[in-house]
Design a protein around this ligand. Structure first.
Ligand SMILES: Cc1cc2nc3c(=O)[nH]c(=O)nc-3n(C[C@H](O)[C@H](O)[C@H](O)COP(=O)(O)OP(=O)(O)OC[C@H]3O[C@@H](n4cnc5c(N)ncnc54)[C@H](O)[C@@H]3O)c2cc1C
Length: 614
């Protein structure tokens, strides 16, 4: 202890603890106050909620808005859309629940000052596509954060949450969380009656296309480090659809989004020879997935699939045809602004590579896989559904409560509900918070029991990498290589290589099989053993160490789910070469896993998919 004797332990007691102040966390914090006027509501964030999370640098469109006030879409339509895009497998109860409330969330954003573009002729919100509306969104996150800040009893910025606490008076009940301040090193013990995990998705579990000097350039935010999955997994919460990673078609090297180009600028793609290629792969794809290929809109993974096959056939690069659209000065401005509002780096990459989209059709590529629950995939925790809508089998308590009592989640954290995006994640945060307030009220005077031993043991674990480094730092054999410890960066690169080569990353054309997965799991086990020897030279590296721990935990879950589902459900996201076809007879179901932290064993099971909407 001598080395860190200046470290303080800070105790914070609350009724509701929100972990992560991104879109979902801000929604949960805001709504907790609405229903729990007298409650103590605390939000804890590893960055600063003003500019944290995937939306940090702003957005150009809100991708989930029904437009019910103008009868543009109904919630049922959105469920059909998400179900189609995910090849039949979504939690329709959860998706419907978000869709019926999401418009009111967007109206709040506008009330709070978010400029939403209007169609000059109709006066309605300017649509980019059927579900998207266009915004001037550079300040989206600060606007949303202000609402959360005003609602919270306290926001704790710069605290990385590492573990959840469990109530010792009742089995399987959460009791809070611990973490450390990444600036001061203080250890924080948050005791809370209900916890809402809103810690975002996971980038950097697969080796990215950009490595070395460009390794921070990923599509999903590089700071999304899988805490949303690792925290619940470690306390035994069931997870679902963790195999359902996402791969995105994006502009090459900058990951600039293509949605506005397709939808608003009406551009299209072509192969190196100027030919349309998607139809070439129709019969081939039909043989793999049957009628799903005829569904409209064509599921995202299947469009990736045609792209990948065309490139494998040697007719790449695939390009976005921008030259025509960019002759129109208005469209040209929209094309650039689309990046300046949310992916400035794409504009910089084009400038640095002499790409003027008015003169050159820019290249596209497919990204490395990411794990998340709010985009066109639905990995995450298995949650109880809304009492008025969920089938019995999907209800065991409060809405959005996981299989651990008092543990709620929203946004990327919750599985089975794709296509929620920024607005849907905020909405789900609100839904989870309302249920969490009910949970706290129902607890009445029940008290939590968290022993000193529980959090002191965790404190030792959390700071161990700094101790390991201090003790072993003089034993460096070359550069940063030491026989006594592993640096977080070394561990991260090892993880990315394992996931890339064995669990379906870019270098294997997203393809894996049982043999590869088995070996990948063995290598992950070895990596896990070595994580006991992580070394952190300062608090920044300590944060990296815990981000790595969380990424490894989520990666193991991805690997086990991928092994369990013996079919290729989403060609274009990944391929089980030993089960190359979609198999609705055996696998029209959810995959569930549960990690037992005492034994280190994983249990896998199937859960039924209920189609509630016709
Ligand atoms: C490149 C990109 C483009 C996108 N484009 C659009 C778009 O155009 N329109 C749209 O509507 N949506 C878009 N999205 C999706 C949208 O951003 C996400 O759906 C949404 O942000 C998910 O909300 P969340 O709260 O789950 O995660 P986030 O908003 O990412 O928030 C997670 C928060 O948890 C914090 N955190 C993580 N780990 C810890 C920890 N251990 N301790 C404490 N805090 C922690 C993070 O710092 C972060 O603040 C885009 C996303 C990306 C990455």
């Amino acid at each position: 202890m001598g080395l860190f004797s200046k470290r303080k332990t800070v105790f914070v007691d609350s009724d509701i603890l929100v972990i992560g102040g991104g879109m979902a966390g801000c929604g949960a914090t805001y709504e907790s106050r609405y229903w729990g006027r007298e409650l103590k509501i605390v939000c804890v964030e590893k960055a600063n909620i003003e500019r944290s999370g995937a939306v940090a640098q702003g957005l150009y469109a809100i991708n989930c808005y029904m437009g019910m006030q103008w009868d543009e879409n109904q919630p049922e339509d959105h469920v059909r859309y998400a179900r189609n895009d995910l090849m039949g497998l979504v939690r329709e109860d959860l998706g419907y629940d978000i869709a019926r409330h999401v418009d009111s969330t967007v109206h709040k954003f506008e009330e709070w000052g978010l400029p939403i573009m209007k169609d000059p002729e109709t006066g309605r919100y300017q649509r980019e596509g059927k579900w998207q509306i266009m915004i001037h969104g550079e300040s989206f996150k600060p606007i949303v954060a202000e609402a959360a800040r005003k609602a919270a009893t306290e926001v704790y910025n710069r605290i990385m949450v590492t573990h959840l606490l469990m109530d010792e008076s009742k089995p399987n009940r959460v009791g809070g969380a611990v973490g450390f301040n990444v600036r001061t090193g203080d250890f924080h013990v948050f005791r809370a009656k209900a916890v809402v995990v809103c810690a975002g998705g996971a980038s950097h579990i697969y080796k990215p296309r950009s490595t070395g000097e460009g390794m921070g350039r990923t599509w999903y935010a590089p700071w999304s480090s899988a805490s949303a999955y690792a925290l619940p997994i470690l306390v035994g919460a069931k997870m679902t659809q963790m195999e359902n990673r996402i791969v995105l078609t994006r502009f090459k090297d900058g990951y600039g989004p293509v949605g506005a180009y397709f939808l608003h600028l009406k551009t299209h793609t072509e192969n190196a020879y100027g030919k349309e290629y998607e139809s070439t792969w129709y019969e081939h794809t039909k043989a793999l997935v049957g009628d799903y290929v005829d569904h409209l809109p064509v599921p995202t993974c299947l469009r990736n699939h045609a792209f990948l096959e065309e490139v494998k056939a040697g007719r790449g690069p695939i390009r976005m045809v921008t030259k025509e659209a960019f002759q129109d000065p208005h469209k040209e401005a929209v094309g650039w602004e689309n990046f300046l509002g949310m992916t400035i780096s794409q504009a910089v990459v084009w400038a640095s590579q002499n790409i003027d989209p008015k003169l050159i059709n820019p290249e596209l590529t497919t990204s490395e896989p990411y794990v998340m629950g709010s985009h066109a995939t639905c990995s995450g925790a298995w949650a109880s559904g809304p009492s008025d809508y969920a089938p019995d089998e999907y209800q065991w308590g409060y809405n959005r409560m996981m299989t651990v009592d008092g543990l709620f989640g929203a946004g990327d954290t919750i599985g089975g509900t794709a296509h929620k995006f920024s607005s849907g994640s905020f909405t789900e945060g609100r839904i989870a918070a309302k249920a969490a307030v009910n949970y706290v009220n129902d607890m009445k005077r029940e008290k939590l029991q968290i022993s000193e031993k529980q959090y002191q043991d965790l404190e030792k674990t959390v700071f161990q990498p700094m101790e390991t480094y201090q003790v072993g730092r003089n034993e460096i054999v070359a550069g940063t290589v030491s026989p006594s410890y592993l640096l977080p960066m070394h561990g991260l690169q090892r993880l990315e290589k394992i996931m890339d080569e064995y669990v379906g990353g870019i270098s294997s054309h997203y393809t894996t099989n049982e043999h590869l997965l088995t070996r990948g799991q063995e290598l992950l086990d070895m990596l896990k053993e070595d994580l006991d020897y992580l070394g952190a030279e300062d608090l920044h590296q300590l944060q990296r160490a815990w981000e790595l721990q969380h990424r490894v935990m989520a990666s193991e879950s991805v690997t086990r789910h991928t092994m369990f589902r013996k079919e290729t459900r989403w060609p274009g996201y990944y391929y089980r070469a030993d089960h190359p076809k979609l198999d609705d007879t055996d696998w029209h179901c959810f995959t569930l896993s549960r990690y037992d932290r005492d034994s280190g064993e994983w249990e896998m099971e199937k859960a039924p998919v209920y189609h509630i909407i016709d």
